[in-house]
Write a protein that binds this ligand. Structure first.
Ligand code: PLP
Length: 387
């Protein structure tokens, strides 16, 4: 690959090699392209990767997984779920699919994760669940969140789209005592299936419900109980389910990516460590690292302009773009999005931390296929902006 200084460095680029291409081609040649043996193998390998006896249910997006999880725990009309404002709309749009409402709350100024004190303050008699998002790949304060959930009788469903792999007090996200955790395999996540996701739970009843609802409400119980007697063509519809199953072509890609995940993590850590070391003297607030001994997935590397920076966030993004470097902003907070703002009459003053962060934040390239030279160009471009 060429590395001329005019080459554009995207904000993210999937790391898909010949092994993945071969696995997908093998699946295409097999004649079975929808959900089948590859998906089943992907689910059991993913569950084994997390450990702790979790069940894994493959779906065609994390959004689908979040919808299934909220449906399975019984979220419905009139209920409320609490989520951070600094997230992607998928975290909470699924509550609206079910006729429930989202209570958006502010984040912690250091980690940018949901602030437990804000959760506590947002609880009403209608509150049913807390939806923590492990922002950028750093675990939320799960001890505090589980404490609130236990005391107030709430469920926890983790939006773990950034958190593969992430630990909280030494335990992998996916193995924590929440009702469910939902991972994303969207193109820019820490591993990809193009589009796809995985819901994990240790609750057998929830797992069964999500499996049924993932595919049209078709119950497999009839097959399982009477497998020798029930004809192959027979099935029973027990609910108006969804069409959220993952294809075998996507699962074949995912199985290879999962095997590469330890190497992906090592590379992300290396890139993050270099950014942390080489950007520390600039007028920037660097992203919080994980506590010693914990795993940060480093899905994102989010910088914030410090008070001493004499440029605006938009100017920095323009200067980087002029230097051939892609950036993004994670996120335009939901309280600023017309739908959520107008539905709940939200104002920036209600979310001072997320609002201040949003004004100053930008995400720089961090992806495993990025070369050391490309990273040096990003660092050099940032340095030249602040000199
Ligand atoms: C990517 C993402 C999602 C949605 O994932 P999909 O697989 O695209 O549905 C949800 N929440 C967060 C925080 C995300 O970053």
């Amino acid at each position: 690959m060429s590395s001329s200084p005019t080459d554009f460095i995207p904000f993210a680029r999937p790391d898909i090699g010949e092994v993945e291409i071969e696995a997908v081609a093998r699946t295409l040649r097999s004649g079975w392209v929808t959900t089948g043996p590859e998906t089943k193998a992907f689910e059991s390998e993913f569950a084994a990767y997390l450990g702790g006896g979790v069940q894994a249910i493959a779906v065609n997006s994390a959004t689908a997984g979040l919808h299934l999880a909220l449906e399975a725990i019984g979220i419905g009309p009139g209920d409320e779920v609490i989520a951070p404002t600094l997230t992607f709309t998928a975290t909470v749009e699924v509550a609206r699919y079910l006729g429930a409402d989202a209570k958006l709350v502010d984040v912690d100024p250091v980690t940018l994760n949901i602030d437990p004190a804000c959760i506590e303050a947002a609880i009403t008699p209608r509150t049913r669940a807390i939806l923590p998002v492990h922002y950028g790949g750093l675990a939320c304060d799960m001890a505090a969140i589980f404490d609130i959930a236990r005391r107030r009788g709430l469920q926890v469903v983790e939006d773990a789209a950034h958190a593969l792999p992430t630990t909280s007090q030494g335990t992998l996200v996916g193995q924590l005592p929440s009702a469910a955790a939902v991972f994303s395999f969207y193109a820019n996540k820490t591993m990809t299936t193009g589009e796809g996701g995985m819901v994990v739970t240790r609750d057998e009843r929830l797992a069964q419900r999500m499996r049924v609802m993932r595919l049209h409400g078709i119950s497999r119980d009839a097959f399982d109980r009477f497998s020798s007697r029930t004809p192959a063509w027979y099935y029973e519809i027990v609910a108006p389910g969804f069409k959220y199953n993952l294809t075998d072509t996507a699962a074949a890609l995912g199985r290879v990516q999962l095997q590469r995940l330890p190497a992906f993590l090592a590379r992300r850590r290396q890139l993050a460590a270099r950014y942390l070391a080489e950007l520390r003297d600039l007028p920037l607030v660097l992203p919080a690292d994980a506590p010693v001994g914990e795993t940060h997935a480093w899905h994102l590397f989010v910088l914030r302009l410090a008070d001493a920076a004499r440029v605006t966030r938009d100017e920095v993004i323009q200067r980087l773009s002029d230097a051939g470097i892609g950036t993004s902003v994670h996120y335009v907070p939901l309280h600023r999005q017309p739908y959520w703002r107008d539905r709940y009459g939200l104002t920036p003053e209600q979310f001072p931390v997320a609002e201040a962060a949003y004004q100053r934040m930008f995400s720089i390239p961090l992806f495993t296929a990025m070369s050391d030279d490309e990273q040096a160009r990003v660092i050099g471009a940032l340095r030249s902006i602040f000199e």
